[in-house]
Design a protein around this ligand. Structure first.
Ligand code: G3P
Ligand code: CA
Length: 367
């Protein structure tokens, strides 16, 4: 059966990557390269997930080759305490676990961050078992090209992602940043599988340390960012979503993201974080027709508090674009992401999470 051209490219890439870590050890640059400082910063969201199934080495590698400054792994824990890249601890949406009869008995329902979810959970699997799974596309109806790569790539560990980044630094001649998100931190702490210490240990073991390191650590929760601030001096990012951070729900504090987005709230965040990662609507909400409205004061208030602003997520398919920027009624076709990016850059953002890093890099370069 003829293979998708990206499949062949990615297979070649990943085969080559098996030897690259050895080369990286043998050829560390004499002068350490500095953390990327480009404006706007281009953060390859889940890799180049508009082209390759998310959170695979192939997706991260493609993001780097497209010019992303940072790659953005989301991290969850295995039963044996290994950090792996998945957006959720539930594995059924983005792996072929449902096709493995030997794991059928692991399917269960549990409450994660207050929501009842049925599926297979990373904390029920050892790393060796995770390595028998293969990544699949999360939204095949919107990204049918990605779905043709289903089954091609395994689930990577944080260590494998670091090895990839260090190797690609050699070929690209620049520092490749790691923009790492701790997923479901309270849930994993409750299980005795806290993400924070293994994350810091893994980074330090690989020579990353301090504020100059090309590393941002992000979370939708508050307390685990404060824990990370106590454990090490990596730059931290407070993410903003809907309602309340889940650790604040558990603590009964009443603190909401809306309160954290006020000038006083942002000043409080700036005491432990360096940047904020808001959902795009905190910066430019959409109006009733689904078009971009007027920018809010969020960016100006965050800058006044000393915080950089990196909103998520910029995606080229019509399904995700403001109404006027869609090219057709078809959700999988691409519209005018460039126009959306320009509106946010004009609103003063310092970086963008995007599933199509090539388009943001092209815009930054004026192409
Ligand atoms: O981390 C920024 C952005 O990725 C947050 O959303 O759900 O894609 O991890 P999510
Ligand atoms: Ca993320």
């Amino acid at each position: 059966m003829p293979r998708h051209p990206l499949y062949r490219l990615c297979r070649r890439l990943c085969t080559g990557l098996l030897v690259l870590p050895l080369l990286a050890c043998a050829a560390e640059p004499a002068t350490p390269l500095r953390a990327p400082e480009a404006r706007p910063l281009v953060i390859g969201h889940r890799g180049a997930s508009g082209y390759v199934p998310e959170h695979t080495l192939a997706s991260y590698a493609l993001a780097v080759l497209q010019g992303a400054d940072y790659i953005e792994p989301d991290l969850v824990m295995t039963r044996d305490g290994q950090l792996i890249a998945r957006h959720d601890n539930e594995l059924g949406l983005t792996t072929d676990v449902a096709q493995h009869p030997e794991f059928a008995g692991r399917k269960r329902t549990q409450t994660v961050d207050g929501v009842a979810i049925e599926g297979w959970f990373s904390e029920d699997f050892t790393l060796a078992e995770i390595k028998r799974l293969r990544a699949i596309e999360r939204i095949p109806q919107v990204r049918p090209g990605n779905a043709r790569l289903d089954g091609a790539f395994p689930v990577p560990t944080l260590q494998e992602i670091i090895d990839l980044a260090r190797s690609l630094e050699l070929s690209q001649g620049r520092r490749i940043g790691l923009y790492l998100e701790t997923k479901h931190p309270s849930h994993f702490q409750h299980l005795g599988l806290g993400l924070e210490r293994p994350l810091v240990r893994t980074l330090q073991r690989n020579g990353y340390g301090g504020r100059q390191a090309p590393v941002y650590l992000q979370s939708f929760e508050v307390d685990n960012l404060k824990t990370l601030a106590r454990l090490a001096s990596f730059r931290l990012v407070q993410l903003y979503g809907d309602g309340q951070p889940y650790d604040q729900v558990l603590a009964g504090s009443g603190l909401t993201y809306a309160q954290m987005a006020t000038p006083a709230g942002l000043a409080a965040v700036a005491r432990y974080a360096d940047a904020v990662g808001p959902d795009k609507r905190y910066v430019i909400p959409r109006d009733a027709a689904g078009d971009l409205g007027a920018p809010t004061r969020f960016v100006a208030d965050a800058h006044r508090a000393g915080l950089r602003v990196h909103p998520y997520t910029f995606r080229a398919e019509n399904a995700f674009l403001p109404a006027r920027l869609r090219s057709s009624e078809r959700p999988e076709e691409r519209g005018d992401l460039g126009a959306e990016l320009k509106a946010f850059l004009a609103a003063g953002v310092d970086g963008v999470f995007t599933d199509q890093p090539d388009l943001a890099v092209r815009l930054r370069e004026g192409r």
